[in-house]
Design a protein around this ligand. Sequence first.
Ligand code: NAP
Length: 525
Amino acid sequence: MKLANYVYGQWIEGAGEGTALNDPVTGEALVRVSSDGVDVAHALEFARTVGGAALKALTYEERAAKLGAIAELLTAKRAEYFDISLRNSGATEGDAAFDVDGAIFTVKSYARAGKALGAARHLKEGSRVALAKTDVFQAQHFLMPLAGVAVFINAFNFPAWGLWEKAAPALLAGVPVFVKPATPTAWLAQRMVADVVEAGILPPGAISIVCGGARDLLDHVTECDVVSFTGSADTAARMRTHPNVVARSVRLNIEADSVNSAILGPDAKPGTAEFDLAVKEIVREMTIKTGQKCTAIRRILAPAGTARALADAVSGKLAGCKVGDPRSEGVRVGPLVSKAQQAAAFEGLAKLRQECEVVFGGDPDFEPVGADAAVSAFVQPTLLFCDKGLAARFVHDVEVFGPVATIVPYAGTADAIAIARRGHGSLVASVYSGDAAFLAELVPAIADLHGRVMVVDAAVGANHTGHGNVMPTCLHGGPGRAGGGEELGGLRALAMYHRRCVVQGGPAVLDALSRDAVDAALLGA
Ligand code: NAP
């Protein structure tokens, strides 16, 4: 079966043989995708004109209601999405829930939050600015929805969440969406879009999907559009320098890879709640989605006196995780999504091993449960130990996109700060400590290079939302190596789909424009 593309209000099957999407456990070809023959320029123009106009005719609260209907539909079809996740991504039930339920939760969150924007169609920012001695000439800042299309170029690891965490705020803003999912796992995103189209929830042109290469996509974007890219730093660099993106100053948001840290404070010694909470979270981060999360813990910073005990505790828990075909009883860790990802992970692991000791896993002859190692894409969960601190190179630079993490002992708070910062910009750091003086020094010193810092102590206990969990109400993104993008953060996300304009004129025109506007302060509320 070849998955059709949905563009200019039609289902179009791409030409040629296309590319096969495989089951990463059995190697079986499941479906094929092709974008050949799709007129991308026409598709984007149809989205801008037909979809954009229809969405902008609705108010924020009407669009929020449509998100509510989408969330209901996705919830009703959850079991089918779990099945595709299992077959195309080798997802365990927990992995599929992370992606699919995460998507539904996020859409619901925007459906709820969007109601607060009421019957308006744009945003008014701040108060009137006096520009003359009398009221005759004033200014008002507005945030106006983009007239173009929101183009999403997505990564393979979150086919569901990656689509909806972007689509929800864009649609709420009144901007049509055009998604190009990553080829290896495009099936789930395509199915979700097909279901939403079939249900007739959105007006024609409000959502489009192209599966396959679509390598000419960026040739056709304009200054009215926004491109939101999620993927590797290498591809991101190509997007930033794309001649059409540069020439037309196309707005570009980048969520790239990241060498995130977990940091144990000096007080997080064996036997404390903070130590146990760190161990639990490290194991969860290494195993959920088989470590294929942009937010996953890659480096574990521990006081030199605690590091070995931590290595033993994490290794002990990893030994109890069954790795194999998620269809087999008791399996907790599945494969990577493809043989190509497995090869990339082995390559990265080989680099890390040049400066690390293997404390758990890393067995090239490891046998997954219920699967043939020759055709499947498994990587054994692997814990490394690097005593070179800041002097190490690969540990701070190489993101192995799989179940691999490295313990790096640190000498004191200044050293921990320097090592965390050596990630050159990360999505998240989690800190396990109840030591107020340590936290007061560390958190502000790393905050400018991290999109999110999660602090866990005994009082927070198990109530935290998780190192790797992205909450729709909180900012997601990170500076530097992490791409410099910003997503989510509740209604703040709408800012990317609006553009600020100050209108200068008499009070009558400003009053008229303000009548259709809601206070932009609500975005940060
Ligand atoms: P990737 O190879 O960079 O691909 C990402 C997307 O870009 C895919 O849809 C790919 O399409 C597309 N693409 C590649 N070259 C293109 C071009 N010239 N024109 C248009 N599209 C192009 O990344 P990936 O391997 O899918 O994802 C894994 C990476 O994503 C990891 O490094 C991870 O850390 C990062 N990630 C980051 C976040 C975040 O929020 N920060 C979230 C998830 C993942 P094809 O698949 O068709 O090649």
